[in-house]
Design a protein around this ligand. Structure first.
Ligand SMILES: CC(C)(COP(=O)(O)OP(=O)(O)OC[C@H]1O[C@@H](n2cnc3c(N)ncnc32)[C@H](O)[C@@H]1OP(=O)(O)O)[C@@H](O)C(=O)NCCC(=O)NCCS
Length: 238
């Protein structure tokens, strides 16, 4: 018997967006009509539907006009074994309450996010990124937050978390006036140095294909694409 599709109620998202939200990871054998029924029975308001790129199911999904593609998600990976990463002195760990400038910088890292582009969710996009930053600084969502400053002004920052032996970069941004000065590259070096100190040999970061600058930045650094998924939002009228 084939494995049934992975449908999960998302408690955090449902509470935050005040909608009943599910996620579904589909594979080639899955049946969209069956998913439709299951979601209607569950009185879902919204489902995030994830499908791997170039899968046969892509055509079936594209036929459903109620499903809208909001993200072409790229997972970048880098093997750190045998490598050495230089650290620079001006990077510091931060864990204090963020000011408005720092919050704006965190929001700038999400401008290509599906939460910003879906008009039914975008009213909460900035609040979501602010919360992501706050919960990274208080260590709920991150192990470390590193930043560079000019006086007290944060010019660039990065968050990271080790999960199942893999280092994950969460948020990263350089203030627009400070871009192109290697601040971002230095932050990743610093995080990789910290990973290796903790015996972590694999680094991953997720971005959107539409974020061309971020893709160029990660690829220039030496990351390679390890996974590509399409993410559709399927809204239901209840
Ligand atoms: C992506 C980002 C963090 C890069 O930060 P940065 O400090 O400007 O990057 P660096 O100066 O360290 O750049 C390192 C390399 O990345 C590449 N790169 C950086 N910006 C680039 C751009 N605009 N176009 C093409 N390549 C770029 C270059 O190869 C660069 O090397 P070079 O300076 O020798 O040419 C920054 O553009 C940013 O904050 N963007 C908005 C937030 C965002 O999208 N975050 C990622 C979310 S996943």
């Amino acid at each position: 018997m084939r494995k049934s599709m992975e449908l999960k109620m998302l408690d955090w998202d449902s509470t935050f967006f005040e909608k009943k939200i599910f996620s579904a990871h589909l594979n080639n054998d899955d049946n969209i009509e069956e998913l439709d029924l299951q979601l209607q029975n569950a009185k879902a308001d919204l489902a995030y539907v994830f499908i791997p790129i170039n899968s046969k199911i892509e055509n079936k999904v594209a036929e459903k006009s109620s499903m809208v593609l909001y993200d072409h998600k790229l997972t970048y990976k880098m093997n750190l074994s045998g490598k050495d990463f230089p650290t620079v002195e001006n990077i510091e760990e931060v864990d204090t309450t963020p000011d408005n400038d720092f919050i704006s910088l965190a929001i700038s890292s999400g401008i290509y996010s599906r939460f910003a582009s879906d008009p039914s969710l975008s009213h909460k996009f900035e609040a979501m990124y602010e919360l992501w930053l706050r919960n990274s600084l208080n260590k709920k969502l991150a192990d470390k937050v590193f930043a560079t400053k000019y006086n007290d002004f944060i010019t660039s920052f990065i968050t990271c978390k080790i999960k199942n032996g893999v280092g994950n970069i969460g948020l990263i941004a350089t203030h627009e006036n400070y871009r192109g000065k290697s601040l971002g590259k230095n932050l990743i070096n610093h995080v990789h140095h910290w990973y290796l100190q903790n015996n972590i040999k694999v680094s991953e970061v997720v971005t959107q294909k539409a974020n061309k600058i971020a893709c160029a930045f990660y690829e220039n650094y030496g990351f390679e694409i390890s996974r590509e998924d399409l993410v559709y939002h399927w809204h239901f009228k209840n």
